[in-house]
Unconditional design. Sequence first.
Length: 85
Amino acid sequence: MSPHEPSEHETQRSEGARCHCPMCRMMDAVAGAKVPGKSFWDHLTNARIEVLRAVRSLIDERIDHLEKKKSDKGHEKKATPISVE
């Protein structure tokens, strides 16, 4: 097998699961027991939304950091030569 070909295990995993995060795996495991209108599912759906918002905030912070770093790079102070007696 070449290093660029997926292994049999990787192929099975990609076909069997849409997501590998713990939250998605848990939701897939209990999806068969879902009863519409139960407050448990409402809370779980809200929790999933909050987790996704938390991840989005981390991504937004990192983007802001990189943009600031990029803009600061153009305004770097350069050393000024001084004469020493």
